[in-house]
Ligand binder design. Structure first.
Ligand SMILES: Nc1ncnc2c1ncn2[C@@H]1O[C@H](COP(=O)(O)OP(=O)(O)O)[C@@H](O)[C@H]1O
Ligand SMILES: [Mg+2]
Length: 151
């Protein structure tokens, strides 16, 4: 059966580190309508902040720009969050998603575990990227067991 879109919300903000925590709160606020558990909320907030941080620190490392966060809720209780930047892009997505891979300078102490964290906390993580054009990360997670109309 085809899933039906119940609600959606888009946020666009400049690539400033102060927007990392704001993006977490926006995601948590959107999620509230599915009556998530504390663990589900924490998982989504963590994955979103990894993706948004990447857009800010890697995507826009040498440039300025905006990060777009599009959230969708479907009737099968699945939340879909797409984080998009028009920054540097990734040369090799498969390599970038390997645990411990980082292109950040050593003094920044990045773990290289951002994508691994996203994959552990979400059901699906998809990455599309074009070098010089930007990166789109799509996170998906099914929330709770109860059908939405019983919530
Ligand atoms: N939005 C993005 N734009 C450009 N490069 C990115 C983006 N997201 C991830 N990357 C690349 O993928 C690598 C791995 O990301 P991640 O697993 O989050 O580790 P970390 O952020 O600690 O380096 C980054 O070091 C960077 O090279
Ligand atoms: Mg990261």
């Amino acid at each position: 059966m085809k899933k039906v879109l119940i609600n959606e919300c888009k946020a666009v903000f400049p690539a400033l580190s102060r927007n990392e925590s704001i993006s977490r709160s926006i995601a948590a606020a959107f999620l509230l309508q599915c009556d998530p558990t504390v663990e589900e909320t924490a998982a989504v907030k963590t994955a979103v902040s990894e993706a948004v941080t990447n857009a800010i620190v890697h995507g826009y490392r040498n440039s300025k720009g905006y990060v777009e966060m599009l959230m969708k809720l479907f009737d099968n209780n699945t939340v879909y969050i797409r984080i998009k930047d028009k920054g540097a892009g990734i040369a090799d997505v498969k390599a970038a998603m390997e645990p411990m891979f980082t292109t950040a300078p050593a003094d920044e102490e990045r773990s290289g575990l951002g994508f691994t964290v996203m994959e552990n906390f979400m059901d699906k993580v998809r990455v599309r990227s074009v070098l010089g054009e930007g990166t789109t990360v799509t996170l998906e997670k099914k929330i709770g067991g109860k059908p939405l109309d019983k919530r």
